[in-house]
Ligand binder design. Structure first.
Ligand SMILES: Nc1nc2c(c(=O)[nH]1)N[C@H]1C(S)=C(S)[C@@H](COP(=O)(O)OP(=O)(O)OC[C@H]3O[C@@H](n4cnc5c(=O)[nH]c(N)nc54)[C@H](O)[C@@H]3O)O[C@H]1N2
Ligand SMILES: Nc1nc2c(c(=O)[nH]1)N[C@H]1C(S)=C(S)[C@@H](COP(=O)(O)OP(=O)(O)OC[C@H]3O[C@@H](n4cnc5c(=O)[nH]c(N)nc54)[C@H](O)[C@@H]3O)O[C@H]1N2
Ligand SMILES: [Mo]
Length: 835
């Protein structure tokens, strides 16, 4: 444990030795001053020197020359390189300078043409003045509110936006829409919806967004580490706040630890490549993990190698599950052989795993891809059940963890004080507040957006209750890219044409911006001041995000746009609280600072936390030390020690292998205990609708669609398209060669991709990363070809089940063929006509 503190100190020593940065006083141009009328503050822009800022991909040191970013690197020189960190300069312009440069409106919308909705995504754009844009938007919001109430406005606005506790675009939108009288929001997320709804029934917590058994404990005690459907060496390049790299450093230690490491993944991911001969790759048929787990559990049961005491003392309902395992009712014992036929892993291997897991301290580190699937509620529930049979939950280095691959889960917690952030505020009018209280279900599951737009008034089931879709007439989206992230793009296009108005803020002409009616040009995070913490679970550091460069002349911060809209709607003062950007930041910082003063918490180097002025002037991350409790944290240790005194938050207080709550719901898609349920499309189905299973995991060289418009693209694009990985034998059968342009298609749509022939994908499976910008060949045509290769044109827009209504991006089958048509010019990164 001491070792880690030492390392932290070294890390700090490095930050300490950077040369002082020359600060040059510079008054910004008028456009950077707040619309709120607080125009006295000036800030310093470095013209030549270094500026520290941060992004989801970590703390950044930017080198500035004559007011331009010429270099971008990790702020901590001693950490594993993260390729996402070096392309900040490209983000200022984007490929083809695809920044939105001015407020713009779609021509037929501006002209109020009766067919204007049909032309979304296929129209010309017109620049308008900022004042006119504010008037157009505020008038339209007032109209919709008057006619439809808060139910007429969809502000769910799902998305990853940028880091920063102030310029937090989604929250800023919610603040504006809440104060104005409410809106329809989004429930859950695209990341872990299925798991985060099932887990509270099973364990009483979300599980996916919680601190894991600490890494030092894993490194000391686990004998076997199973990386189950996770690709941490890629997914830990980013964090929801900003990454501090700790996860990558720990996986490097795991590689050198000599432990038995297994990776269960259909594809030989970059993580598996990273482990080289230190890990064993077990390739599984996509969408069949629950079957594999059942095969392992059946083996444990019949060989009597499982922990009966644990099941008795700490779980509920194993007896029902046991009958299912043995096939008492369905006549199908879930034997290793049965599992093998479904999941493609040899029977003997399955038996071997059962023994290995039971006889050794085993930690399952599961990712989330397998719950972004049809019946995605089952795999994590099943893995908890498997862990319960093994009986190591709550022991050092045993059990399961659902967040080692995400935002540095397991990196030991500090007791750092936490900085504040912009809040969504309150509904201002009492009357509106009352309507909001009455209409208790003002949110829809995020991934049901297209279904909701297409079926106003339809009632769906959701986690034991019902939700009636509102009649949405206005969509307001900031900080997200639904025309990249949502499943079945062609259905989304139809749905998107329903409402009267679509308003989007973005930095770039993304496919979503192109599908809007009105767009506002937003600043990049490098053109504004902000603050963020790192270590979503550990609260390790506070990063300053200092403005690095002057902003584009007509661009605005989201905050400024909403301030002016609030002004037009009569609640500017409440929106801004009369505070400027720097005043907000000071307040957020002081929330932590005052706490540090009170409790005496110091930085990792023993120094006191600096006051805001000093912190801002120093322009360096500050780091706190993990606590001994943080380093020794074992998830569920207290429950294990005394399940009566420390019960779980489930109805029984125990781990619910059988849930009476779910039983009462009577859902077809989610029975009362975890099961193998055939997904709607998969390799082993009777009459597959297509030849190949499509796996669309998260991209190693982007964050979803973010960073697509940088030169990182040169490292992965094939013939200027998104790559598709194809097994050599499949490629041979189809006459496809490396670098060929391939048409991938199914009944939902068609895309062009560039072939990478490689045996990292098994036969019958192809991989296309999520996140390619949708680029329709002929936007006026239904089911037109996406020229850039957005996987979601091919995915299915169905809910995981009635329970969670999570997306099922990773359950889909497609066909592929060598593309023989004329190769269309890529326009994904070209601004639309008129812009
Ligand atoms: N097929 C498939 N699809 C998937 C997934 C999958 O596994 N497979 N995964 C899903 C998951 S888990 C997720 S989380 C989603 C991600 O989907 P998104 O979160 O929508 O993806 P991003 O590309 O991060 O979109 C962020 C957008 O915000 C913009 N932006 C950045 N900063 C600002 C700002 O300050 N202001 C404003 N106004 N805009 C800003 C960016 O330019 C970008 O357009 O995708 C989902 N889709
Ligand atoms: N670089 C980078 N990092 C990211 C993101 C990003 O876009 N880029 N996105 C972030 C976000 S928002 C999220 S939600 C997380 C996502 O985290 P995850 O959902 O865990 O990530 P994925 O890449 O979707 O999938 C992880 C692994 O599961 C494998 N897999 C696919 N299907 C199956 C299956 O049926 N069974 C098994 N056992 N394995 C399967 C994939 O091949 C992949 O290697 O990542 C985060 N980190
Ligand atoms: Mo996500």
């Amino acid at each position: 444990m001491k070792k880690i503190n030492q390392e932290r100190r070294t890390l700090l020593k490095y930050t300490g030795i950077f040369a002082a940065v020359p600060f040059i006083n510079q008054v910004l141009d008028k456009s950077t001053l707040l619309a709120a009328g607080l125009n006295h503050f000036t800030t310093d822009l470095v013209i030549n020197g270094e500026v520290y800022t941060a992004a989801h991909w970590g703390a950044l040191k930017l080198t500035i020359k004559e007011g331009k970013i010429i270099k971008s690197q990790n702020a901590f020189d001693n950490l594993t390189p993260n390729p996402l960190q070096n392309f900040t300069a490209d983000l200022i312009d984007g490929i083809n300078t695809n920044r939105i440069k001015a407020p713009m409106v779609r021509k037929s919308y501006l002209e109020k043409k009766s067919n204007h909705k049909e032309l979304r995504g296929a129209d010309e754009w017109v620049e308008i003045s900022y004042e006119k844009a504010i008037k157009l938007v505020s008038d339209e919001i007032k109209r919709v509110r008057k006619q439809k109430g808060p139910n007429g406005i969809y502000g769910g606005s799902y998305g990853w936006k940028s880091s920063g506790n102030f310029h937090n675009s989604r929250t800023l939108l919610h603040r504006f829409l809440t104060m104005g009288g409410g809106f329809v929001g989004g429930l859950g997320d695209y990341s872990a919806s299925a798991a985060q709804v099932i887990m509270p029934h099973v364990l009483g917590t979300l599980e996916v967004y919680e601190q894991q058994t600490s890494w030092p404990i894993v490194l000391e005690h686990s004998k076997v580490v199973v990386i189950w459907g996770a690709n941490p060496m890629d997914t830990l390049r980013i964090a929801w706040t900003s990454t501090d790299n700790q996860g990558l450093e720990y996986f490097k230690k795991l590689k050198e630890s000599g432990k038995k490491i297994l990776c269960i993944d259909p594809i030989k991911s970059n993580t598996i490549e990273f482990f080289e001969d230190k890990a064993e790759w077990i390739s599984i048929t996509p969408n069949t993990d629950t079957a594999l787990m059942l095969g392992i559990m059946h083996t444990m049961l019949i060989t009597q190698k499982y922990d009966k005491n644990f099941l008795e003392e700490y779980t509920e309902g194993f007896e029902v599950f046991e009958k299912y395992l043995l096939g008492k009712e369905d006549n199908t014992p879930k034997t290793a052989k049965w599992a093998s036929q479904i999941c493609g892993i040899p029977e003997n291997k399955i038996k071997e795993l059962a023994k290995l897991f039971f006889e050794n301290r085993t930690m399952f580190m599961a990712g989330w891809n397998m719950q972004r699937q049809h019946h995605g509620e089952q795999p994590h529930w099943m893995l908890v059940t498997l862990s319960a049979m093994i009986g190591q939950i709550g022991l050092p280095g045993g059990g399961f963890g659902f967040s080692y691959h995400y935002s540095n889960g397991g990196s030991p917690s500090t007791n750092a004080p936490v900085i504040g952030g912009i809040s969504i505020g309150k509904v201002l009018s009492k009357e509106e507040e009352k309507t909001l209280m009455d209409g208790a279900e003002l949110a829809i599951p995020v991934a049901r957006i297209a279904d909701c737009l297409l079926n106003a008034g339809k009632t769906i089931k959701y986690n034991g209750r019902e939700i009636t879709y509102p009649d949405i007439d206005l969509i307001y989206w900031v900080g997200g890219n639904p025309f990249v992230h949502h499943q079945d793009t062609n259905t989304l296009i139809k749905a998107w044409k329903k409402p009267s108005s679509v308003i989007v803020h973005d930095i770039y002409w993304t496919p979503t911006a192109k599908m809007a009616d009105i767009v506002f040009p937003i600043t990049t995070p490098y053109e504004r001041n902000d603050l963020t913490m790192s270590g979503d679970y550990s609260n390790l550091s506070i990063y300053p995000m200092k403005q690095a460069i002057k902003r584009l002349p007509k661009s605005k911060h989201d905050f400024e746009v909403f301030t002016d809209l609030a002004k037009a709607c009569g609640f500017e003062k409440q929106y801004t609280e009369n505070k400027s950007e720097m005043q907000w930041l000071e307040e957020f910082y002081n929330t932590a600072y005052n706490q540090a003063q009170k409790t005496g918490i110091t930085l990792a180097d023993g120094n006191n936390m600096p006051d805001f002025k000093t912190f801002w002037k120093n322009n360096r991350p500050i780091t706190f030390a993990p606590t001994p409790e943080g380093e020794e944290f074992i998830r569920y240790a207290d429950f294990r020690e005394d399940p009566i005194l420390n019960p779980l938050g489930t109805p029984s207080g125990k781990i619910e292998i059988y849930s009476k709550t779910i039983e009462k719901m009577q859902y077809e898609g989610c029975p009362a205990f975890p099961q193998w349920i055939e997904p709607i499309e998969w390799k082993g189905m009777k009459n597959p609708p297509a030849e190949f299973v499509l796996v669309s995991p998260h991209p190693s060289l982007r964050l979803h669609s973010q960073l697509s418009n940088t030169r990182l693209r040169e490292q992965y694009a094939i013939s200027n398209r998104e790559p598709i990985w194809i097994n050599p034998q499949d490629a041979k059968n189809k006459g496809i060669k490396n670098g060929d342009i391939v048409r991938a298609f199914n009944k939902r749509g068609q895309i062009l991709v560039g072939a990478v022939i490689s045996d990292i994908v098994p036969k019958g499976v192809v991989r296309i990363y999520e996140g390619a910008w949708y680029d329709p060949e002929n936007p006026k045509e239904n089911n037109t070809l996406c020229k850039n290769g957005n996987a979601n044109v091919l995915t299915i827009d169905l809910p995981s089940s009635e329970l969670a209504n999570g997306n099922i991006a990773n359950t889909a089958m497609i066909n592929i063929e060598k593309y023989k048509g004329t190769i269309p010019k890529l326009t994904a990164f070209t601004p639309p006509k008129g812009a």
